[in-house]
Ligand binder design. Structure first.
Ligand code: FES
Ligand code: FES
Length: 154
């Protein structure tokens, strides 16, 4: 076990865990931030996506020991009042079905727009390719990302 001081959703928090512990379990089990979901555990489904700095990363494959002083953002910290442009577009397009994959989808979409405010169809496909949705909400996801991109540049 080792002690880590992590910056998560704008707050400094301390955890005492094995250095190899994936951030997914630090978030869910130790910090009770359960919006980040476990799907595959092997970086294949995207349900555990969080932001490390401005990048979308798979928290199931991110050992706590490599985070250092980089800031982490989870779905709980994406916006103060659930009013991030991506979240608003998700509501407008009524994107979720069962909802399980959606936190990861939203975090991937938010990272895409932060780094590329006007993505092409190909940019969206490439950025969202690793986020699986067993309910098949892909068409609405793409529409919502375009709406969020337009609202951000408006
Ligand atoms: S749980 Fe991390 S990518 Fe599937
Ligand atoms: S909304 Fe059900 S898995 Fe994506």
């Amino acid at each position: 076990m080792a002690n880590y001081s992590l910056r998560i959703n704008g707050k400094q928090v301390e955890v005492d865990v094995d250095p190899k512990t994936p951030m997914l379990w630090v978030l869910r089990d130790h910090l009770k931030l359960v919006g980040t979901k476990y799907g595959c555990g092997i970086a294949q489904c995207g349900s555990c996506t969080i932001h490390l700095g401005d990048a979308a990363v798979r928290s199931c494959q991110l050992p706590v020991a490599v985070v250092g002083n980089q800031s982490i953002t989870t779905i709980e910290g994406l916006s103060e009042n659930a009013d991030h442009p991506v979240q608003q577009a998700w509501l407008e397009h009524d994107v979720p079905q069962c909802g399980y994959c959606q936190a990861g989808q939203i975090m991937s979409a938010a990272a895409l727009l932060k780094n590329n405010p006007n993505p092409s169809d190909q940019d969206i496909d490439a950025a969202m390719d690793g986020n699986l949705c067993r309910c098949g909400t892909y068409v609405r996801i793409k529409q919502a990302i375009k709406t969020a991109a337009n609202s951000e540049s408006a």
